[in-house]
Design a protein. Structure first.
Length: 395
């Protein structure tokens, strides 16, 4: 038996209006005009480029948000970033750990303050830039993990990982007197990222050695209070293997106020493919799958990119998805749906928002390439499954 579709009421047919007087021709014209304005406004909004999260809506400028690390606390979204100069009409100042805040991921964030204005005691006063902070609430304490240059000891001049704590996400964070993790003398440890599996906390980071002078991703369990390692041996999770990760093909880096450089390797090509850095790991609440991302290639070029792997847990083992090409490099990649324009996407971090979904925040240069260090701004997208793989989408 077939059922005829129910006819839809014609809004212009007065017989279909159950209540109210008939509309005059002038009223109908007014409705048409209002509807046209509404449609035009919707079209303008839908065609407006997706805005960077670190866009300063008051001053109408993009602020730097390199290596962003978001958290959510008390209904607010905070994000911490690598040291950067911040300018206002009265002048410029260096924020050692810039902290941005917004009440929404859909809007833009405002620069709030320096989350760690005091130099950690072990950090070289002549090179005190703070790289790649990551913040986690462990118990009642907010713990910040960060990388900086050691002032003394066997790792003098090397990048090591330190910790700082605060009772609130706003800080100021107070640093421990010494570093938590250093690599072998002459090599670096940097880009820490904290993650939990519901029972324990773990730390992932980039660590170099003689066989991986351009980095590898390692991880270990944290102590119960999060300010030290838990005693278990660190584990290698990922090493560089693919052509898209290889940054050694390029010349010297663009001059930088942040001082970010590869470890010095005299007279030979650095061992390993890389740089391999900036790990992030999270469990997708929609699928239950653990996702690992990392950045590779040169951060100061348009070749900087992000890889993707699926894992059985925070420390692996993992299956690399992005072998022949990165998962994310530009706004035109098949892994992202956006009308924004950027390239050199890296430094990605995950965030599970109060709505229960997974989001990704990363830094990228607007347009086609990096004009200078100030070009890396922050972007936020939701992580979804489409066409059998993980992609990023506007929301």
């Amino acid at each position: 038996m077939s059922i005829a579709p129910k006819a839809l009421a014609d809004p212009w047919d007065e017989r279909s209006v159950r209540r109210g007087p008939a509309l005059s021709s002038r009223q109908r014209l007014a409705i048409v005009i209002v509807a046209a304005i509404a449609v035009a406004a919707w079209a303008a909004n839908s065609s407006r480029p997706w805005q960077s999260w670190s866009h300063d809506a008051f001053w109408r400028i993009d602020r730097p948000l390199a290596d962003p690390a978001p958290i959510v606390a008390d209904g607010e979204f905070d994000a911490y970033a690598t040291s950067a100069p911040e300018c206002f009409p009265g002048g410029c100042a260096t924020y050692w750990v810039p902290r941005y805040m917004s009440r929404s991921l859909t809007g833009t964030a405002a620069l709030q303050a320096d989350a760690m204005p005091d130099r950690p005691p072990w950090v070289d006063p002549g090179d005190r830039a703070i790289w790649g902070p990551s913040v986690a609430r462990i118990g009642a304490t907010y713990v910040m993990y960060f990388a900086a240059t050691a002032a003394g000891g066997p790792n003098r001049g090397d990048k090591c990982i330190g910790t700082a704590t605060s009772p609130t996400p706003t800080g100021p964070f107070q640093a421990a007197p010494g570093p938590m993790v250093c690599a072998d003398p002459g090599f670096w440890a940097l880009d820490p990222y904290a993650a939990a599996d519901g029972t324990r906390w773990y730390l992932l980071w980039r660590e170099d050695d003689a066989a991986h002078a351009t980095g590898r991703i390692v991880g270990a369990q944290l102590s119960a209070d999060g300010v030290g390692l838990g005693g278990a041996a660190k584990r290698t999770i990922l090493t560089g293997r693919f052509a898209w990760e290889d940054g050694s093909r390029h010349g010297p880096p663009v001059p930088s106020t942040s001082g970010r450089r590869l470890p010095a390797v005299s007279g030979r090509k650095p061992a390993g493919i890389g740089p391999i850095e900036n790990p992030a790991v999270a469990r997708d609440p929609d699928t239950g799958q653990w996702l690992l991302t990392w950045s590779a290639n040169r951060w100061d070029t348009a070749d900087y990119a992000t890889g993707l792997a699926t894992c059985s847990g925070p420390l692996g083992p993992c299956r690399v998805v992005s072998r022949n090409r990165p998962w994310l490099r530009t706004s035109h990649d098949p892994s992202i749906g956006t009308n924004a324009s950027f390239t050199g996407a890296g430094g990605l971090s995950f965030l599970t928002a109060p709505d229960g979904h997974l989001y990704a925040m990363f830094a990228a240069y607007r347009g086609s390439g990096p004009p200078d260090d100030l070009g890396r701004v922050g972007w936020v997208y939701r992580v979804v499954v489409a066409r059998g793989t993980y992609v990023l989408t506007e929301f």
